[in-house]
Design a protein around this ligand. Structure first.
Ligand SMILES: *Cc1c(COP(=O)(O)O)cnc(C)c1O
Length: 217
């Protein structure tokens, strides 16, 4: 199927209140434009340099989501334009985003990345670390960031019950923070389960653009 067909197919199967972020990492600008011409405006990228390059050349009404692991020393490159930073996994990163927000005279929207998977390799805060940040006075004093919700990745497994349990635990945690409405979870392989479990934003790459080839990166 075409990129346009894939997007239409996904949009037909998800509720209208769920935001579809098209994950275009490693994919060329021509493919982003195909999705754009099909009406897609939210795009997700994992690598700072790639995001900066694409942002320069592609239409300015694209909402760029940074979904990868962000290093503090690179925040400055995306701070002028990034729409939503999904993977905030430390207080020091949050402080750096705040500092760059200040420099750019804007408030940068963020999601805290929460670790729910059983694997050791995934980044993220545990529930206690996230709670400690959100309840701290130092956090409340940051004026150039706005936490909008939480982001998470499930274990990379075929065990649907486990994925469901992991997503459900994030949803349950989020209920303590009703003001933080965005729940970013669900990818190509598990977005249906994610939506059942309360996701409001899915990040879909390969089901739109095809498999990624990392050799060229
Ligand atoms: C690559 C990536 C995705 C998209 O993955 P697909 O399986 O291709 O849909 C979603 N979220 C994050 C954080 C990613 O790194």
């Amino acid at each position: 199927m075409s990129i346009e067909g894939n997007i239409e197919h996904i949009k037909e199967t998800i509720p209208s209140n769920v935001v579809l972020v098209a994950v275009s990492k490693t994919k060329p600008n021509e493919m982003v434009m195909e999705a754009y011409n099909a009406g897609q405006r939210d795009f997700g990228e994992n690598y700072v340099q790639e995001l900066v390059d694409k942002q320069e050349l592609l239409p300015k009404d694209i909402r760029w989501h940074f979904i990868g692991h962000l290093q503090s020393n690179k925040v400055k490159y995306i701070a002028p334009f990034v729409y939503l930073i999904h993977g905030v996994d430390s207080f020091s990163l949050l402080k750096e985003i705040n500092k760059q927000g200040q420099k750019n005279n804007r408030v940068i929207d963020c999601l805290l990345q929460i670790f729910v998977a059983q694997e050791e390799t995934k980044f993220g805060l545990d529930f206690k670390e996230a709670t400690d940040i959100l309840n701290s006075e130092e956090f409340k004093a940051l004026k150039n960031i706005s936490v909008k919700g939480f982001m998470s990745m499930a274990s990379n497994t075929d065990d649907q019950e486990q994925i469901k349990t992991e997503f459900a635990s994030l949803k349950k945690f989020s209920l303590q923070y009703p003001d933080y409405k965005i729940l970013s979870f669900g990818m190509s392989g598990d977005y249906e389960i994610a939506i059942e479990q309360g996701s409001t934003m899915i990040r879909v790459g390969s089901s739109i653009f095809g498999e990624r080839n990392y050799d060229s990166k």
